[in-house]
Design a binder for this molecule. Structure first.
Ligand SMILES: *Cc1c(COP(=O)(O)O)cnc(C)c1O
Length: 461
Protein backbone atom coordinates (compact mmCIF):
# COMPACT_ATOMS: atom_id res chain seq x y z
CA UNK A 1 0.00 0.00 0.00
CA UNK A 2 1.18 3.54 -0.76
CA UNK A 3 -0.37 5.12 2.33
CA UNK A 4 1.83 4.98 5.40
CA UNK A 5 -0.43 4.96 8.44
CA UNK A 6 0.06 5.91 12.07
CA UNK A 7 1.09 2.53 13.53
CA UNK A 8 -0.93 2.97 16.74
CA UNK A 9 -4.46 3.37 18.00
CA UNK A 10 -5.33 6.37 20.15
CA UNK A 11 -6.27 5.28 23.64
CA UNK A 12 -6.46 8.55 25.51
CA UNK A 13 -7.13 12.04 24.17
CA UNK A 14 -6.49 15.62 25.21
CA UNK A 15 -9.08 18.15 23.99
CA UNK A 16 -7.87 21.21 22.05
CA UNK A 17 -9.39 24.59 22.93
CA UNK A 18 -10.28 26.41 19.70
CA UNK A 19 -9.60 30.16 19.50
CA UNK A 20 -10.11 32.93 16.92
CA UNK A 21 -7.75 35.63 15.68
CA UNK A 22 -8.96 38.57 17.84
CA UNK A 23 -8.41 36.57 21.02
CA UNK A 24 -5.02 35.35 19.81
CA UNK A 25 -3.97 38.91 18.94
CA UNK A 26 -4.68 40.02 22.50
CA UNK A 27 -2.92 37.00 24.01
CA UNK A 28 0.20 37.50 21.89
CA UNK A 29 0.35 41.21 22.79
CA UNK A 30 0.22 40.26 26.47
CA UNK A 31 3.06 37.79 25.84
CA UNK A 32 5.32 40.56 24.51
CA UNK A 33 5.04 39.07 21.00
CA UNK A 34 7.06 36.09 22.24
CA UNK A 35 5.41 32.71 21.63
CA UNK A 36 7.37 31.15 24.49
CA UNK A 37 5.36 33.32 26.89
CA UNK A 38 1.95 32.05 25.75
CA UNK A 39 -0.06 29.50 27.67
CA UNK A 40 -0.19 26.18 25.84
CA UNK A 41 -3.98 26.12 26.28
CA UNK A 42 -4.12 29.14 23.99
CA UNK A 43 -2.43 27.25 21.16
CA UNK A 44 -4.34 25.04 18.71
CA UNK A 45 -1.48 23.07 17.15
CA UNK A 46 1.68 23.28 19.22
CA UNK A 47 4.78 22.75 17.10
CA UNK A 48 7.06 24.73 19.41
CA UNK A 49 9.10 21.64 20.08
CA UNK A 50 9.25 17.88 19.81
CA UNK A 51 10.95 17.88 23.21
CA UNK A 52 9.10 16.21 26.05
CA UNK A 53 5.88 16.41 24.06
CA UNK A 54 5.65 12.78 22.90
CA UNK A 55 2.62 10.66 23.64
CA UNK A 56 3.79 7.80 25.78
CA UNK A 57 2.65 4.31 24.92
CA UNK A 58 0.51 1.99 27.01
CA UNK A 59 3.71 0.01 27.67
CA UNK A 60 5.46 3.10 28.99
CA UNK A 61 2.56 3.93 31.31
CA UNK A 62 2.63 0.33 32.50
CA UNK A 63 6.40 0.57 33.09
CA UNK A 64 5.82 3.72 35.12
CA UNK A 65 3.74 1.69 37.58
CA UNK A 66 6.72 -0.56 38.30
CA UNK A 67 9.03 2.39 38.96
CA UNK A 68 11.21 1.72 42.01
CA UNK A 69 11.54 4.98 43.94
CA UNK A 70 14.49 3.96 46.12
CA UNK A 71 17.08 6.68 46.64
CA UNK A 72 20.09 4.48 45.92
CA UNK A 73 20.51 1.50 43.61
CA UNK A 74 16.90 1.23 42.46
CA UNK A 75 15.79 -1.57 40.17
CA UNK A 76 14.56 1.08 37.73
CA UNK A 77 18.06 2.52 37.49
CA UNK A 78 19.53 -0.88 36.65
CA UNK A 79 16.92 -1.42 33.97
CA UNK A 80 17.68 2.02 32.53
CA UNK A 81 21.44 1.48 32.71
CA UNK A 82 21.13 -1.89 30.94
CA UNK A 83 19.01 -0.41 28.14
CA UNK A 84 21.40 2.50 27.59
CA UNK A 85 24.41 0.14 27.68
CA UNK A 86 22.83 -2.20 25.12
CA UNK A 87 22.17 0.66 22.80
CA UNK A 88 25.28 2.80 23.20
CA UNK A 89 27.91 0.34 24.38
CA UNK A 90 29.12 2.85 26.99
CA UNK A 91 30.10 1.53 30.38
CA UNK A 92 29.20 4.51 32.54
CA UNK A 93 25.58 5.63 32.34
CA UNK A 94 24.70 8.80 34.21
CA UNK A 95 21.03 9.75 34.32
CA UNK A 96 20.09 13.44 34.22
CA UNK A 97 16.79 15.28 34.22
CA UNK A 98 17.26 16.45 30.63
CA UNK A 99 19.88 16.90 27.93
CA UNK A 100 21.29 20.26 29.00
CA UNK A 101 22.16 18.87 32.43
CA UNK A 102 24.39 16.31 30.69
CA UNK A 103 25.95 19.15 28.68
CA UNK A 104 26.50 21.30 31.74
CA UNK A 105 28.22 18.44 33.56
CA UNK A 106 30.36 17.32 30.63
CA UNK A 107 31.56 20.81 29.68
CA UNK A 108 32.28 21.68 33.30
CA UNK A 109 34.36 18.52 33.66
CA UNK A 110 36.20 19.23 30.40
CA UNK A 111 36.86 22.83 31.42
CA UNK A 112 40.35 23.34 32.81
CA UNK A 113 40.03 26.85 34.20
CA UNK A 114 43.57 26.95 35.64
CA UNK A 115 45.39 25.71 32.55
CA UNK A 116 47.59 28.32 30.76
CA UNK A 117 45.41 28.56 27.65
CA UNK A 118 42.01 28.14 29.28
CA UNK A 119 40.77 31.38 27.69
CA UNK A 120 41.31 29.81 24.24
CA UNK A 121 39.26 26.64 24.79
CA UNK A 122 37.12 25.69 21.80
CA UNK A 123 34.57 23.09 20.75
CA UNK A 124 34.09 22.08 17.12
CA UNK A 125 30.83 20.62 15.82
CA UNK A 126 28.45 20.36 12.85
CA UNK A 127 26.03 22.86 14.45
CA UNK A 128 25.86 23.33 18.20
CA UNK A 129 22.30 23.34 19.52
CA UNK A 130 21.31 26.45 21.51
CA UNK A 131 21.67 24.88 24.98
CA UNK A 132 24.92 23.21 23.89
CA UNK A 133 26.40 26.49 22.70
CA UNK A 134 25.17 28.33 25.80
CA UNK A 135 26.66 25.76 28.17
CA UNK A 136 29.97 25.88 26.28
CA UNK A 137 30.05 29.68 26.29
CA UNK A 138 29.17 29.70 29.99
CA UNK A 139 32.51 27.97 30.69
CA UNK A 140 34.27 30.74 28.73
CA UNK A 141 35.00 28.50 25.73
CA UNK A 142 34.03 29.14 22.12
CA UNK A 143 31.86 26.88 19.95
CA UNK A 144 32.51 26.75 16.21
CA UNK A 145 29.90 25.40 13.80
CA UNK A 146 31.41 23.65 10.78
CA UNK A 147 28.50 22.34 8.68
CA UNK A 148 29.09 21.27 5.08
CA UNK A 149 28.36 24.14 2.64
CA UNK A 150 25.13 22.45 1.45
CA UNK A 151 23.90 22.62 5.05
CA UNK A 152 23.59 26.39 4.80
CA UNK A 153 21.60 26.55 1.56
CA UNK A 154 17.96 25.85 2.47
CA UNK A 155 16.73 24.77 -0.98
CA UNK A 156 19.75 22.58 -1.75
CA UNK A 157 18.98 18.87 -1.43
CA UNK A 158 21.63 16.58 0.05
CA UNK A 159 20.99 13.20 1.67
CA UNK A 160 23.17 14.03 4.69
CA UNK A 161 22.92 17.74 5.02
CA UNK A 162 23.76 17.50 8.73
CA UNK A 163 27.34 16.39 8.02
CA UNK A 164 30.30 18.23 9.45
CA UNK A 165 32.77 19.71 6.96
CA UNK A 166 35.74 17.38 7.43
CA UNK A 167 38.22 19.74 5.77
CA UNK A 168 37.29 22.57 8.13
CA UNK A 169 37.25 20.16 11.06
CA UNK A 170 40.80 19.06 10.33
CA UNK A 171 41.91 22.66 9.89
CA UNK A 172 40.20 23.60 13.16
CA UNK A 173 41.84 20.73 15.03
CA UNK A 174 45.25 21.86 13.71
CA UNK A 175 44.68 25.55 14.35
CA UNK A 176 43.42 25.17 17.92
CA UNK A 177 45.41 21.97 18.69
CA UNK A 178 45.66 21.67 22.47
CA UNK A 179 42.72 23.94 23.07
CA UNK A 180 40.02 21.78 21.48
CA UNK A 181 38.04 20.30 24.36
CA UNK A 182 35.80 18.11 22.20
CA UNK A 183 34.36 17.53 18.76
CA UNK A 184 30.56 17.30 19.01
CA UNK A 185 28.41 15.82 16.27
CA UNK A 186 24.70 16.47 16.72
CA UNK A 187 22.56 13.70 15.21
CA UNK A 188 20.29 14.65 13.61
CA UNK A 189 21.54 18.23 13.27
CA UNK A 190 18.70 20.08 15.00
CA UNK A 191 19.74 23.71 14.49
CA UNK A 192 20.82 22.88 10.94
CA UNK A 193 17.37 21.65 9.91
CA UNK A 194 16.98 18.27 11.61
CA UNK A 195 19.20 16.86 8.89
CA UNK A 196 20.97 13.53 9.30
CA UNK A 197 24.68 12.84 9.53
CA UNK A 198 25.99 9.88 7.54
CA UNK A 199 27.85 6.97 9.10
CA UNK A 200 30.83 7.77 6.88
CA UNK A 201 30.90 11.31 8.27
CA UNK A 202 30.58 10.13 11.89
CA UNK A 203 33.41 7.64 11.34
CA UNK A 204 35.68 10.17 9.64
CA UNK A 205 35.04 12.88 12.24
CA UNK A 206 35.75 10.37 14.97
CA UNK A 207 39.05 9.36 13.36
CA UNK A 208 40.11 12.99 12.99
CA UNK A 209 39.27 13.75 16.62
CA UNK A 210 41.10 10.64 17.83
CA UNK A 211 44.18 11.37 15.73
CA UNK A 212 44.38 14.74 17.52
CA UNK A 213 43.73 13.19 20.92
CA UNK A 214 40.40 15.02 21.24
CA UNK A 215 37.25 13.64 22.83
CA UNK A 216 34.54 12.78 20.28
CA UNK A 217 30.99 13.32 21.52
CA UNK A 218 27.64 12.49 19.93
CA UNK A 219 24.76 14.74 20.88
CA UNK A 220 22.35 11.88 20.31
CA UNK A 221 18.89 13.33 21.08
CA UNK A 222 17.58 12.00 17.75
CA UNK A 223 19.81 8.98 17.22
CA UNK A 224 16.93 6.77 15.99
CA UNK A 225 15.73 9.22 13.35
CA UNK A 226 19.36 9.62 12.23
CA UNK A 227 19.86 5.85 12.09
CA UNK A 228 16.68 5.44 10.05
CA UNK A 229 17.94 7.99 7.48
CA UNK A 230 21.23 6.09 7.27
CA UNK A 231 19.31 2.87 6.63
CA UNK A 232 17.25 4.54 3.91
CA UNK A 233 19.90 6.68 2.23
CA UNK A 234 23.44 5.44 2.81
CA UNK A 235 24.79 2.65 0.60
CA UNK A 236 25.53 -0.51 2.57
CA UNK A 237 22.96 -0.03 5.34
CA UNK A 238 19.68 -1.09 3.74
CA UNK A 239 19.89 -4.58 5.23
CA UNK A 240 20.91 -3.53 8.73
CA UNK A 241 18.38 -2.88 11.45
CA UNK A 242 18.01 0.64 12.83
CA UNK A 243 19.13 -0.70 16.19
CA UNK A 244 22.37 -2.10 14.72
CA UNK A 245 22.98 1.15 12.86
CA UNK A 246 22.48 3.15 16.06
CA UNK A 247 24.92 0.86 17.89
CA UNK A 248 27.50 1.45 15.19
CA UNK A 249 26.99 5.25 15.39
CA UNK A 250 27.68 5.18 19.13
CA UNK A 251 30.67 2.86 18.68
CA UNK A 252 32.68 5.71 17.14
CA UNK A 253 32.07 8.09 20.05
CA UNK A 254 33.85 8.54 23.37
CA UNK A 255 30.77 9.97 25.06
CA UNK A 256 27.20 10.93 24.37
CA UNK A 257 24.81 13.51 25.75
CA UNK A 258 21.19 12.58 25.28
CA UNK A 259 17.89 14.28 25.90
CA UNK A 260 15.39 11.46 26.34
CA UNK A 261 12.67 14.06 25.73
CA UNK A 262 13.25 13.46 22.02
CA UNK A 263 14.05 9.94 20.84
CA UNK A 264 13.62 8.62 24.38
CA UNK A 265 9.86 9.06 23.76
CA UNK A 266 9.61 10.31 27.33
CA UNK A 267 8.36 13.57 28.81
CA UNK A 268 11.48 14.11 30.91
CA UNK A 269 14.93 12.55 31.26
CA UNK A 270 18.28 12.16 29.64
CA UNK A 271 21.75 10.80 30.20
CA UNK A 272 25.46 11.28 29.82
CA UNK A 273 27.19 8.04 28.87
CA UNK A 274 30.90 7.46 28.39
CA UNK A 275 33.81 5.05 28.77
CA UNK A 276 36.51 7.13 30.45
CA UNK A 277 36.41 6.27 34.16
CA UNK A 278 38.04 9.50 35.34
CA UNK A 279 35.61 11.67 33.41
CA UNK A 280 32.76 9.48 34.65
CA UNK A 281 33.84 9.90 38.26
CA UNK A 282 34.19 13.67 37.93
CA UNK A 283 30.79 13.79 36.21
CA UNK A 284 29.12 11.77 38.96
CA UNK A 285 30.59 14.05 41.61
CA UNK A 286 29.10 17.06 39.87
CA UNK A 287 25.83 15.18 39.36
CA UNK A 288 25.54 14.66 43.11
CA UNK A 289 26.11 18.36 43.63
CA UNK A 290 23.48 19.57 41.19
CA UNK A 291 21.16 16.77 40.02
CA UNK A 292 21.02 13.99 42.58
CA UNK A 293 22.48 10.62 43.47
CA UNK A 294 24.07 8.73 40.52
CA UNK A 295 21.29 6.14 40.35
CA UNK A 296 18.53 8.68 39.73
CA UNK A 297 20.14 11.95 38.60
CA UNK A 298 17.19 14.24 39.20
CA UNK A 299 14.60 11.76 37.95
CA UNK A 300 12.06 9.55 39.67
CA UNK A 301 12.37 5.78 39.25
CA UNK A 302 9.22 5.85 37.12
CA UNK A 303 10.86 8.34 34.74
CA UNK A 304 13.83 6.00 34.30
CA UNK A 305 11.37 3.21 33.44
CA UNK A 306 9.59 5.38 30.86
CA UNK A 307 12.90 6.21 29.17
CA UNK A 308 14.09 2.59 29.18
CA UNK A 309 10.86 1.48 27.50
CA UNK A 310 10.94 4.50 25.14
CA UNK A 311 14.42 3.53 23.95
CA UNK A 312 13.09 0.07 23.08
CA UNK A 313 10.13 1.49 21.14
CA UNK A 314 11.87 4.26 19.23
CA UNK A 315 13.95 1.90 17.08
CA UNK A 316 10.78 0.16 15.84
CA UNK A 317 10.95 0.56 12.08
CA UNK A 318 7.18 0.85 11.50
CA UNK A 319 7.22 3.73 13.95
CA UNK A 320 10.19 5.40 12.25
CA UNK A 321 8.71 4.97 8.78
CA UNK A 322 5.53 6.75 9.93
CA UNK A 323 7.50 9.35 11.86
CA UNK A 324 9.76 10.41 9.02
CA UNK A 325 6.95 10.23 6.44
CA UNK A 326 4.59 12.41 8.48
CA UNK A 327 7.18 15.19 8.60
CA UNK A 328 8.00 14.81 4.91
CA UNK A 329 4.26 14.94 4.12
CA UNK A 330 4.04 18.46 5.55
CA UNK A 331 7.17 19.54 3.68
CA UNK A 332 5.77 18.12 0.41
CA UNK A 333 2.58 20.16 0.76
CA UNK A 334 4.52 23.37 1.44
CA UNK A 335 6.99 22.71 -1.34
CA UNK A 336 4.01 22.24 -3.67
CA UNK A 337 2.95 25.79 -2.78
CA UNK A 338 6.48 27.08 -3.39
CA UNK A 339 7.00 28.04 0.23
CA UNK A 340 10.77 28.46 0.87
CA UNK A 341 11.91 25.75 3.25
CA UNK A 342 14.85 23.54 4.08
CA UNK A 343 14.87 20.56 1.77
CA UNK A 344 14.71 17.69 2.22
CA UNK A 345 12.47 17.63 5.32
CA UNK A 346 14.23 17.00 8.61
CA UNK A 347 13.52 14.02 10.81
CA UNK A 348 11.53 15.84 13.47
CA UNK A 349 10.57 19.14 11.93
CA UNK A 350 9.94 21.24 8.88
CA UNK A 351 12.06 24.38 8.78
CA UNK A 352 10.63 27.36 6.95
CA UNK A 353 13.22 29.65 5.40
CA UNK A 354 12.00 32.91 6.88
CA UNK A 355 14.69 34.86 5.04
CA UNK A 356 13.30 33.65 1.72
CA UNK A 357 9.69 33.90 2.93
CA UNK A 358 10.03 37.56 4.03
CA UNK A 359 12.89 39.02 1.97
CA UNK A 360 11.63 42.55 2.69
CA UNK A 361 12.36 42.19 6.44
CA UNK A 362 16.10 42.44 7.31
CA UNK A 363 17.63 40.03 9.87
CA UNK A 364 17.90 42.90 12.38
CA UNK A 365 14.07 43.04 12.37
CA UNK A 366 13.70 39.32 13.08
CA UNK A 367 11.90 37.87 10.05
CA UNK A 368 11.67 34.45 11.73
CA UNK A 369 9.91 35.89 14.75
CA UNK A 370 7.56 37.85 12.48
CA UNK A 371 6.66 34.69 10.59
CA UNK A 372 6.27 32.51 13.68
CA UNK A 373 4.01 35.13 15.26
CA UNK A 374 1.84 35.38 12.14
CA UNK A 375 1.34 31.60 11.99
CA UNK A 376 -0.01 31.83 15.51
CA UNK A 377 -2.23 34.83 14.82
CA UNK A 378 -3.57 33.30 11.62
CA UNK A 379 -4.20 29.72 12.71
CA UNK A 380 -3.18 29.22 16.32
CA UNK A 381 -0.11 27.27 15.17
CA UNK A 382 2.96 27.75 17.37
CA UNK A 383 6.40 27.20 15.86
CA UNK A 384 9.74 28.57 16.98
CA UNK A 385 12.17 31.07 15.52
CA UNK A 386 15.68 29.74 14.93
CA UNK A 387 17.48 32.77 13.60
CA UNK A 388 18.48 36.23 14.75
CA UNK A 389 16.44 36.09 17.94
CA UNK A 390 17.99 32.81 19.05
CA UNK A 391 21.52 33.26 17.73
CA UNK A 392 21.89 36.92 16.72
CA UNK A 393 24.39 39.21 18.46
CA UNK A 394 25.18 42.90 18.52
CA UNK A 395 28.83 43.74 17.74
CA UNK A 396 30.98 46.50 19.31
CA UNK A 397 29.66 49.06 16.82
CA UNK A 398 26.07 48.22 17.73
CA UNK A 399 25.44 46.48 14.40
CA UNK A 400 23.33 43.34 14.22
CA UNK A 401 25.20 40.09 13.43
CA UNK A 402 22.78 37.37 12.41
CA UNK A 403 23.31 33.62 11.99
CA UNK A 404 23.64 32.15 8.48
CA UNK A 405 19.93 31.32 8.21
CA UNK A 406 16.66 32.81 9.46
CA UNK A 407 14.40 29.84 10.13
CA UNK A 408 11.06 28.97 11.69
CA UNK A 409 10.95 25.41 12.93
CA UNK A 410 7.68 23.52 12.96
CA UNK A 411 8.61 20.58 15.19
CA UNK A 412 6.28 17.61 15.14
CA UNK A 413 5.67 15.99 18.54
CA UNK A 414 5.95 12.20 18.40
CA UNK A 415 2.70 10.21 18.12
CA UNK A 416 0.57 13.28 18.98
CA UNK A 417 -1.01 14.85 15.90
CA UNK A 418 -2.97 13.15 13.11
CA UNK A 419 -2.81 13.72 9.38
CA UNK A 420 -5.71 16.23 9.43
CA UNK A 421 -3.84 18.30 12.01
CA UNK A 422 -0.91 18.37 9.60
CA UNK A 423 -3.21 19.30 6.69
CA UNK A 424 -4.47 22.22 8.79
CA UNK A 425 -0.91 23.42 9.50
CA UNK A 426 -0.09 23.33 5.77
CA UNK A 427 -3.21 25.39 5.04
CA UNK A 428 -2.22 28.01 7.63
CA UNK A 429 1.33 28.34 6.25
CA UNK A 430 0.10 28.58 2.65
CA UNK A 431 -2.43 31.28 3.53
CA UNK A 432 0.19 33.34 5.38
CA UNK A 433 2.53 32.87 2.42
CA UNK A 434 -0.11 34.33 0.08
CA UNK A 435 -0.14 37.60 2.03
CA UNK A 436 3.50 37.68 3.15
CA UNK A 437 4.13 41.17 1.76
CA UNK A 438 1.82 42.70 4.40
CA UNK A 439 4.04 41.54 7.29
CA UNK A 440 6.29 44.05 9.08
CA UNK A 441 9.45 43.77 11.19
CA UNK A 442 9.95 43.76 14.97
CA UNK A 443 12.33 45.30 17.46
CA UNK A 444 13.43 43.69 20.70
CA UNK A 445 12.55 45.65 23.83
CA UNK A 446 14.00 43.25 26.43
CA UNK A 447 16.69 40.57 26.36
CA UNK A 448 18.39 38.35 28.95
CA UNK A 449 22.16 37.69 28.83
CA UNK A 450 21.83 33.96 27.99
CA UNK A 451 19.31 32.12 25.79
CA UNK A 452 17.49 35.38 25.23
CA UNK A 453 14.83 33.89 22.94
CA UNK A 454 13.03 32.31 25.88
CA UNK A 455 12.20 35.59 27.59
CA UNK A 456 12.73 38.37 25.01
CA UNK A 457 9.94 40.86 24.40
CA UNK A 458 9.20 42.65 21.14
CA UNK A 459 7.38 45.60 19.62
CA UNK A 460 6.14 46.03 16.04
CA UNK A 461 7.99 48.57 13.96
C1 LIG B 1 16.92 19.26 23.05
C2 LIG B 1 18.32 19.24 22.69
C3 LIG B 1 19.32 19.39 23.65
C4 LIG B 1 19.04 19.73 25.10
O1 LIG B 1 18.17 18.84 25.71
P1 LIG B 1 17.07 19.32 26.78
O2 LIG B 1 16.42 18.04 27.16
O3 LIG B 1 16.15 20.27 26.11
O4 LIG B 1 17.79 19.95 27.91
C5 LIG B 1 20.63 19.29 23.23
N1 LIG B 1 20.93 19.06 21.95
C6 LIG B 1 20.00 18.92 21.01
C7 LIG B 1 20.40 18.64 19.60
C8 LIG B 1 18.67 19.00 21.33
O5 LIG B 1 17.74 18.87 20.38
Amino acid sequence: MKTIIEPFRIKSVEPIRMTERPERTKLLEEAGLNLFLLNADDVIIDLLTDSGTSSMSAMQWAAIMKGDESYAGSRSYHEFEQEVRNLTGFEFVIPVHQGRAAEKILFTVLDRPNSPNSANAVYLGNTHFDTTRANIEFTGAKAFDLPIPEGLVPAKRHPFKGNIDLVRLEAGLKEHSDNVRAVILTVTNNSGGGQPVSMANIRAASELAKSHGVLFVLDSCRFAENAYFIQQREPGFADKSVFEIAQEMFSYADATTMSAKKDGLANIGGFLALNNSELAMASRNLLILTEGFPTYGGLAGRDLEAVAQGLREVVDEDYLRYRVRSVEYLADKLEGGEVPLILPAGGHAVYLDAGGFLPHIPPSQFPGQVLANELYLHGGVRGVEIGSVMFGKTDETGAHVGPPMELVRLAIPRRVYTQSHVDFVAEVVLEVFARREELRGLEMTYQAPYLRHFTARFRSI
